[in-house]
Design a protein around this ligand. Sequence first.
Ligand code: PHE
Length: 446
Amino acid sequence: MSTPRGEFTSRFGFLMASSGSAVGLGNIWGFPTNTASNGGAAFLFAYLILVFALAYPVLMAELIIGRHAQANAVTALQSISSGKKSRLLALVVGFTGIITVSFILSFYAVVSGWMIAHFFDPLARLFGMDGLAQWLTRDAVVRNSLFVALFMVITIYIISAGVKDGIEKWASRLMPSLIIILLLLVFYVLTLPGASEGLRAYLVPDFSRITDPALLVNAMGQAFFSLSLGVGTMLVYGSYISKQENLPVVGGLVALLDIGIAVLAGMLILPAMYVALGNGVEIFDADGGLIAGPGLIISVLPALFSTMGAIGIPVAIAFFLLMTIASLTSSISMLEVPVAYGVEHLGVERRKVAMIVGTVITFISLLIVFNFDPLFDLVVTATTEYSQPLLGLFFCIFVAWIWRRNDILEEIKQGNSQVESGIFWKIWPVYIKFVCPLAILIVYFQ
Ligand code: PHE
């Protein structure tokens, strides 16, 4: 209880950390493939509307609660609830968030492990170690277990170092590198034959799809996952923002960075797939749709890189480095949620909680590795399709129906004294009270 809380030292540090959390496999893998299989730019259009109309308001709810309470998710939700019932609800929602994010991390670590293995593959080939390279790309339990463990060790290491010396320091190094690598890859891939066809598949809208419920459900799920919502991640990061910071503005910047990088990633992945098609790689599945699942990243793209000749090696290294960085800046934000709770509520030393919780999550990941077929999809669906949107709904309820409106205003006014007369305060409270819960429910029951 007595350990002083960490704080981000600058706006840049917060932006790198929270956009690092937001930008992950969801942007570089999920977004482009969702777009391609849901009517191209029509999906992009629906996504942009949903991010600003639904996800941004929920993001703001989390940031405001977090900064007000300066505490982990459970304590924070309890501190804005005055009645006995609402405090109990706070406990349930906070804990469900902690458990959900731990399970998200457990499957995320499996996929991130593949990314690290594929990062080492071109390096091994570069040094003539073809046997090792083959081992690295073969989907086997031993390889997967080792790389899950490696990924979790790095995540635990960063989180053990704390908010400033762990999260902020690493995010401030990794995120600018991610943006540079992504831009270089986009520019390179766009010069290759076939890329423009991929760009067309990505950007030419099929507007007949825009009212398709499946498209809207996908776009909402994508928006919630991509902005790391509902599980207390943004709440905890919000609790480390300085009181001088203008919350609606920094929240907006995080959303913009997240969308910007997702859109850019689309300009890499889809053109790359069509370049691969031109090089004789199969990019369509049995139903005629673009391959979107794990096959895309771990078989289509590596197949493309291997048809590129010598340049294929640095391109493969850059691509899987990009994926590893994106995963890592997200995984640290996931582990921080249970760790913040352990440190503040149970009074255990950060390093110890990070080790214990990290080890438990690693075991769950290994359980998934050993029972991939029954468990992987189950954990992904339960956490991202069921739990996350529902938790997002509860965050809206806490802010709009349980917390006192004046307290919210006081909180936002710190760092933005004019907020009361601005557009944010005119729209956001109504949105979070009626529009968001209703929209989430409608989409949820689709
Ligand atoms: N936003 C991350 C991504 O897009 C995933 C994530 C979900 C991170 C929930 C933290 C919490 O990959």
